[in-house]
Write a protein of this length. Structure first.
Length: 505
């Protein structure tokens, strides 16, 4: 019984010190393996081997004691008493070791918890897209501790850690960075699908309101595409589909309506073209959102776009962006044919085309109303073998097209001014314009039948009362080296009789 303590006391009582040393060595080896306590305990093979040594020592000690009992009657009784008492040593040691092993396991779990905390701290310093993997690994640690070791000290700390985890992931929301907060809050909202709801507690539903607020804030900030981050339709659409009854969803319609009103007012400012573009985007966004009340706002935006296109074209003309003004107002006249400003839009487009070649024509907008008073006649003859379109602007603005002259030919540079429109018996195509007095600018555009080498030609003149004006357009052959072009006179000539002739290139 004394040998069952593993201390070899039975052998020591009998004086068998060698055998006692073997017991001591076995116990020392066990302690060396077992201490400090490991969460996994003593390896099974070592424990079985040690128990075998102790049992053999007890059997061997009993065998020896039967053949060589110690002298004195009191010693066997003492041995039995001591054996019973000393058996508490290995039993107590086992209990103490079990407690130490449990503590070691707790420390191991606490170390895992600390490792998860470290991952969260590292991830919180990075953008969410880059840190999502680290957040996922930290969550795996917390989930394993809470679900696999529910009674541990580490598990009891998991709820607080999850709160800190949610705070770290949703940090952009706390900073009111709503666009950056959408992805992490969407991620947090998906966690109840993979984490026990009892472990999450109130956190399971916490992301709903912050996500709704962030979708609204991000979407509204992007309305109209003014910040280069899209039109806001994706975020607002997600809000209306996911949280249709939320306070944030109810604000979408009023927010878009106010933005439309602001851009309509901005059409009277310095940047009507930019405001028009924003109105287009707002209208598109409104029409794509699921709520019918929001879709209805498209009509307000479209009405503003009509005014905006016209205002944009006028602004481009005044800023001497004549090519852009011509394109904008031509599209306006073609798209909105029933609008009362179509005629003026066409006039400005004509003036812009002339001014693109002759900037003096763009000094002021064409008058919106035709002036009264006497009108002078301008007769334009075509001595070119191709059609000619004549654009003019001044007190009145318009265009006229002359058909090609049958049988007319190109002239040399030297003979054009002398022979153009002067062939007797030839019926030159003519156009007669009735013009009020004032300064005019003309652009002659050679059309059907002309080659790419035939240039448009612009000129200007002042129409005065009491005269009839004539103009002639013709084509000359250009020298390959452009050396023989003559200095042309003013193509529009005033004459007293209605049959005077001028010359035009």
């Amino acid at each position: 019984m004394l040998n069952l303590t593993g201390l070899g006391l039975g052998y020591a009582l009998l004086g068998r010190w060698g055998r006692a040393a073997v017991c001591w060595a076995a116990t020392a080896a066990l302690l060396w393996v077992a201490l400090p306590a490991d969460p996994d305990g003593v390896p099974g093979g070592v424990l079985v081997g040690y128990l075998l040594v102790v049992v053999l020592a007890a059997v061997d000690g009993g065998w020896i004691a039967r053949r060589a009992a110690p002298a004195g009657a009191w010693r066997p009784g003492l041995a039995v008493g001591l054996g019973v008492v000393l058996l508490a040593v290995p039993a107590g040691g086992a209990v103490v070791y079990g407690s130490a092993r449990d503590e070691a396991r707790e420390q191991m779990l606490l170390d895992r918890l600390a490792a998860g905390d470290e991952r969260v701290a590292t991830a919180s310093e990075q953008p969410f897209d880059a840190a999502k993997g680290e957040y996922g690994k930290a969550l795996d640690v917390y989930r394993a501790l809470g679900e696999d070791h529910p009674g541990s000290r580490a598990a009891k700390l998991v709820p607080d850690r999850l709160k800190a985890y949610y705070d770290a992931v949703s940090a952009p929301y706390a900073k009111k960075q709503h666009c950056e907060a959408v992805a992490p809050l969407t991620y947090l909202r998906s966690l109840p699908d993979s984490v026990d709801g009892k472990l999450l507690g109130d956190l399971a539903t916490w992301p709903d309101e912050p996500l709704a607020v962030s979708l609204y804030g991000c979407g509204v900030s992007r309305l109209g595409g003014s910040n280069g981050g899209g039109s806001g339709g994706a975020e607002l659409g997600e809000l209306l589909r996911t949280f249709p009854d939320s306070a944030s969803a109810r604000q979408v319609g009023p927010a878009i309506g106010e933005r439309i009103k602001a851009q309509v007012a901005a059409l009277k400012g310095d940047e009507p073209c930019a405001a028009t573009q924003v109105l287009r985007s707002l209208g598109t966004t409104a029409s794509e959102l699921p709520a019918e009340s929001v879709k209805a706002l498209r009509a307000d935006a479209d009405k503003g776009v009509v005014d905006g296109v016209y205002a944009c074209g006028v602004d481009q003309f005044e800023d001497e962006k004549f090519g852009d003004a011509r394109t904008t107002l031509t599209d306006f006249a073609r798209t909105y044919r029933s609008d009362g400003r179509v005629r003026q839009a066409r006039n400005i487009a004509i003036a812009a085309e002339i001014a693109d070649d002759r900037p003096a024509a763009g000094k002021r907008l064409p008058p919106s109303k035709r002036p009264g008073g006497a009108r002078m006649e301008l007769v334009i003859s075509n001595d070119a073998p191709n059609t000619v379109e004549v654009l003019y602007t001044g007190p009145v603005t318009g265009t006229v097209t002359l058909r090609a002259c049958a049988g007319c030919e190109r002239y040399s540079a030297s003979e054009g001014p002398r022979r153009a429109c002067k062939a007797s018996g030839r019926n030159y195509p003519k156009a007669r314009l009735q013009l009020p007095a004032g300064e005019y600018h003309f652009l002659y555009k050679h059309g059907t039948g002309a080659t790419a080498r035939v240039d448009s030609y612009s000129s200007g003149t002042r129409v005065q009362p009491g005269y009839t004006y004539t103009s002639c357009t013709y084509v000359i052959e250009r020298s390959p080296f452009d050396l023989d072009l003559p200095l042309l006179p003013d193509p529009i000539q005033p004459v007293v009789s209605p049959w005077g002739a001028g010359s035009s290139r």
